[in-house]
Design a protein around this ligand. Structure first.
Ligand SMILES: NC(=O)C1=CN([C@@H]2O[C@H](COP(=O)(O)OP(=O)(O)OC[C@H]3O[C@@H](n4cnc5c(N)ncnc54)[C@H](O)[C@@H]3O)[C@@H](O)[C@H]2O)C=CC1
Ligand SMILES: CC(=O)C(=O)O
Ligand SMILES: [Mg+2]
Length: 571
């Protein structure tokens, strides 16, 4: 289902180097003879006019001359700075191959080396030390632009690699474009630099961020609020996406701003949504229900919390179970052990309250070195049917844990979601081996297929929020929704789950392949927009057919438009 390629005409005022150095409009050797004449480019380009296909072939050869994923990532980054159509066209043509290059796992290394790989700036950098000029800086980047989407990050919890000072917003914005078709000229990546506690960055003379300890408390809140209020004032219709904020801020900021603006926290809500879809697919295979599972979630940070809430809400809304009863199906474990009453209110965040286990339940169970109940003991006692990892603890799902789990259920659903790949709680091949091919598996980063006992390949689905957040966001943008409500997220999640290959073949992957992510996210976006309209929070009033048509119309495609020189045109 490729969207129709709509050719666009642009009226452009820039000539010569001004158009060649603008990645939005640059076509390089793709400028036609007429355009070369009209825009003063004849002497600035070699003779031959190339098609986009030829340019992609050349760029692909150049990419493959780079011998490591990180060098490939740098190449793609540089391509993005030169020519958006070529960059996104490359991604579109080689999506499965290039996702791990521009996203997890390689993007983790790129971010960790950001200051050393830095070549050119991207998006908007707002630094706490310079907040007096925040409004001017914001307007400088956004004035006259129709912004649909802002992705911001304070880089405190980048993937599983922690505090990186500056970071991930632009990579996440790229995925919105390549998977959902958000026009890159209508999205903005924002770095919110509030300092860093990463000693190696602070001691690095080449560190490009603000070399100051991470600011917290009131000063942090004021800075974030100043930014959010600017977004509300100047771009009231845009979706504001929060990425990789630390655990003390992620959920808190989401709650704070949810009623004021269309905000979305990807690590909490996006991860919750894609995980619910994977579990729905898993219970489809086992011919069970969400209500009949026992869930163990290892890592009670932003992702763990989002997953617990989304799964619980799934049990409540899909299987019609009262919330109090559904809460009892969940066991959350953090770095010291099971979250239970005796940890005390000072150690249990308010948002985890629903899932605190009573101490009495665990009196007879052996305790670990912290005096708490370990994952293995929880698995022994609870016999979970679903085990989810979002702990950043590489190898946390040991052979004992996996074998113990497999004793308790026929087809355990095991989702080790920590990123990048090296932090995975269990390598999916090992989980497959230790369960004799019975485990239903999905991971946060891509892994090669495992072998089933019958010799067939078992495709390890990628349960990464990138499989759903582009569609959730595009749906909200499409409907010009005042919010991204729980109902909209659930509608998108159910649509994603309904497209799972495992529903047709129990030996197939739990989630659609990333190769199919554009089509899948189109469907997610349609479901989200329909729900926004049904809930009355959309600014449009379309029937279902119109939603589909409008979605197609709004999708940006990486193709060259026709350029007409106009001294009153763009730039
Ligand atoms: N697959 C996906 O779509 C996503 C995956 N993630 C991954 O999940 C991981 C966590 O991310 P966030 O929740 O944002 O980070 P976070 O820092 O908010 O949460 C991590 C939690 O794990 C706990 N933890 C640390 N060591 C542990 C151990 N040994 N045992 C149990 N718990 C332990 C921490 O105390 C913390 O509460 C990261 O690796 C991240 O890449 C996060 C979001 C989406
Ligand atoms: C995928 C993602 O959002 C994370 O690992 O943080
Ligand atoms: Mg994240």
């Amino acid at each position: 289902m490729a969207p129709p390629f709509t050719k666009t005409t642009f009226r452009i005022a820039a000539r010569g180097d001004a158009i060649l150095t603008n990645p939005r409009f640059n076509k390089g050797t793709g400028f036609t003879e007429k355009e070369r004449k009209d825009f003063g480019l004849t002497g600035r380009l070699p003779h031959r006019v190339n098609s986009l296909e030829e340019q992609c072939n050349r760029a692909y050869d150049q990419l493959n001359a780079r011998d490591s994923p990180l060098r490939k990532n740098s190449f793609m980054q540089s391509l993005k700075g030169q020519n958006w159509v070529l960059y996104y066209s490359m991604l579109q043509r080689h999506l499965r191959e290039l996702m791990p290059v521009v996203y997890t796992p390689t993007e983790a290394d790129a971010i960790a080396n950001y200051s050393h790989l830095f070549r050119r700036s991207e998006g908007l950098y707002l630094t706490l030390a310079d907040q007096d000029t925040m409004e001017e800086d914001y307007l400088e980047q956004t004035k006259g632009r129709n912004i649909d989407l802002i992705v911001c990050s304070d880089a405190e919890a980048i993937l599983g690699i922690g505090d990186q000072g500056v970071g991930i917003s632009s990579a996440k914005a790229v995925i919105y474009t390549v998977i959902a078709g958000i026009d890159p000229s209508k999205s903005l990546a924002v770095t919110l630099d509030v300092g860093t506690n990463n000693e190696s960055l602070l001691n690095d003379p080449l560190y490009v961020g603000w070399p100051h300890e991470r600011v917290r408390g009131e000063a942090y809140d004021k800075f974030i609020d100043k930014f959010v209020q600017l977004v509300r004032k100047y771009n009231p219709h845009c979706l504001l996406h929060f990425e990789d904020f630390g655990v003390t801020n992620a959920q808190r900021l989401l709650e704070l701003y949810r009623d004021q603006h269309a905000v979305f926290n990807d690590d909490v809500q996006g991860t919750g949504a894609v995980t619910l879809a994977a579990v729905m697919s898993g219970v489809g295979v086992t011919k069970s229900t969400l209500a009949n599972q026992r869930y163990v979630i290892y890592g009670a940070g932003s992702a763990g919390l989002g997953i617990a809430h989304q799964l619980r809400d799934g049990v409540v809304q899909i299987d019609d179970v009262p919330a109090e009863q559904a809460n009892k199906q969940f066991y959350l474990i953090d770095k010291h052990g099971l979250i239970k009453e005796s940890l005390g209110p000072e150690n249990i965040r308010e948002s985890l309250r629903d899932f605190v286990r009573p101490d009495a339940e665990w009196e007879d169970v052996p305790k670990n070195e912290h005096g708490e109940v370990s994952l293995l003991e929880v698995v022994r006692k609870v016999r979970p049917t679903v085990l989810i990892g979002c702990s950043t603890h590489a190898g946390g799902f040991t052979e004992d844990v996996i074998r113990e789990m497999a004793k308790g259920c026929e087809r355990p659903i095991i989702l080790p979601l920590s990123n990048p790949s090296r932090l995975v709680e269990v390598h999916p091949h090992l989980a497959n081996e230790w369960t004799n091919g019975k485990a239903l598996l999905a991971t946060g980063s891509p892994f090669p297929p495992a072998k089933m006992p019958n010799g067939k390949d078992y495709i390890i689905a990628e349960c990464n929020n990138a499989l759903i957040y582009p569609g959730l966001g595009f749906g909200a943008v499409l409907a010009r929704s005042r919010g991204l409500t729980d109902g909209m997220i659930l509608a998108g999640t159910r649509r994603l789950a309904s497209l799972s290959p495992a529903l047709k073949d129990p030996d197939a992957a739990l989630l659609p392949d990333f190769e199919d992510a554009p089509d899948v996210n189109f469907e997610v976006a349609v479901a989200v927009a329909e729900q926004a309209i049904a809930e009355g929070c959309a600014d449009v009033d379309w029937d279902d057919q119109q939603v589909r048509e409008k979605a197609r119309e709004l999708q940006w495609q990486p193709i060259y438009g026709e350029y007409i020189y106009d001294k009153d045109g763009e730039l």
